[in-house]
Design a protein around this ligand. Structure first.
Ligand code: SF4
Length: 357
């Protein structure tokens, strides 16, 4: 019996499973959010600048006078304004103010200077090669939600109450930017402000490793389905602070490679009855440095989130574990998400039924 009713895999979750199954389980199955580090928030600030510049360029291409950003609101735009350095500065300031005002971290002037530096490093690389304003923008931040219509991707779950949930596994995510290079050729760009390291293995991500990186292949698969008029795709992953852009060409044969990888991952996740921990007592440096679940306690207890979940999983038989992916999605949709944090991992079916999802 599966303990994880996985119905979709996110671009952000794919590699997380390799890093730590327990972290994946807590984050993506139980839906217990992990806090964002200050460095990750600073990455979000830079991403927002790049996104707004791409939206500006798309608006100018489409002869629109403004665009709306979910965080910064409506922004009026003209071609001259878009090309001015004052506009870039104002986007950096607005983005910085927005995210810092919502943050629980303390920011110092040096953090602001770093955000400015990183934004300009991406924009000025090779005379503006990756500046969205110099590109023909197909889509800024396209979201995707694609069903995998393969026999192996079919799921038929019997829920603990006997109800049936079925469908096809989907992949979901967002790509930072998709641009047209020439007729029939598109390029997707993914900005990274972290290090060029595979945190699961600790190894540097070389060209060779990136050519089989599941996240990049997932992005390639997604854009090939969303923009079928383009028969060639370049995937560029831009390590703003660690080596600049790495560009790879993918073609149809890579779709098959991706589906094979996804098939294996789907099977691994749904057949996992006991998520593995990086370290049973959380003493590993990755737990201490890269994970919040050993620092913060499960609400109402004196145990860390990781320890609390570990003990529950070890104590209970798997068939009692009914808080599954599907249920989590339903809870989020029904705005009961916050209750997850207050409740036990092992909900009784009756309790769930009382939430009227
Ligand atoms: S504390 Fe360590 S073992 Fe626990 S979820 Fe985090 S990374 Fe995994």
């Amino acid at each position: 019996m599966e303990i994880v009713y996985v119905t979709y895999i996110r671009s952000s979750s794919y590699n997380n499973y390799d890093f730590c199954q327990q972290q994946y389980f807590i984050n993506y199955v139980l839906g217990y959010p992990s806090g964002s580090s200050k460095k990750a928030e600073m990455g979000t600030i830079v991403h927002k600048v790049m996104e707004c510049l791409a939206r500006s360029k798309k608006a100018v291409q489409d002869n629109k006078k403004s665009y709306k950003d979910d965080a910064l609101g409506r922004i009026r735009i003209t071609k001259d304004k878009m090309l001015s350095s004052k506009y870039v500065d104002s986007l950096i300031d607005k983005s910085y103010e927005h995210y810092v005002s919502e943050s629980s971290h303390k920011y110092a002037p040096r953090d602001y200077r770093d955000c400015v530096k990183w934004s300009h490093a991406a924009l000025e690389f090779n005379k503006g090669q990756f500046d969205p304003r110099n590109r023909n923008v197909i889509a800024p931040e396209p979201h995707f939600d694609i069903e995998i219509r393969e026999p192996w991707a079919r799921y038929d779950y019997t829920m603990p109450d006997g109800s049936e949930v079925n469908g096809y596994l989907a992949i979901k995510g967002t790509i930072d930017l998709v641009t047209e290079v020439s007729e029939g050729v598109m390029e997707a760009v993914d900005w990274k402000t972290g290090r060029r390291i595979d945190w699961a293995s600790g190894e540097e991500k070389t060209y060779e490793k990136l050519s089989v990186d599941p996240q990049l292949l997932l992005y390639y698969y997604a854009i090939s389905k969303i923009f079928p008029d383009y028969n060639q795709a370049i995937m560029s992953i831009f390590y703003i602070r660690d080596g600049g852009p790495y560009s790879l060409c993918f073609d149809e044969s890579d779709q098959k490679m991706f589906l094979d990888m996804l098939r294996t991952r789907f099977s691994q996740i749904k057949n996992n009855t006991k998520p593995r921990l990086i370290s049973k007592n959380r003493s590993h440096w990755k737990c201490q440095k890269l994970c919040d679940y050993c620092k913060n306690n499960w609400e109402g207890t004196d145990k860390s989130i990781c320890q609390y979940v570990q003990e529950k999983v070890e104590k209970k038989s798997t068939k009692n574990l009914i808080l599954k992916k599907v249920l989590k999605e339903l809870w989020i949709r029904s705005k009961h998400f916050v209750l997850i944090q207050k409740a036990d991992v092992y909900f009784g079916l009756q309790e769930l039924n009382h939430q009227n999802y």
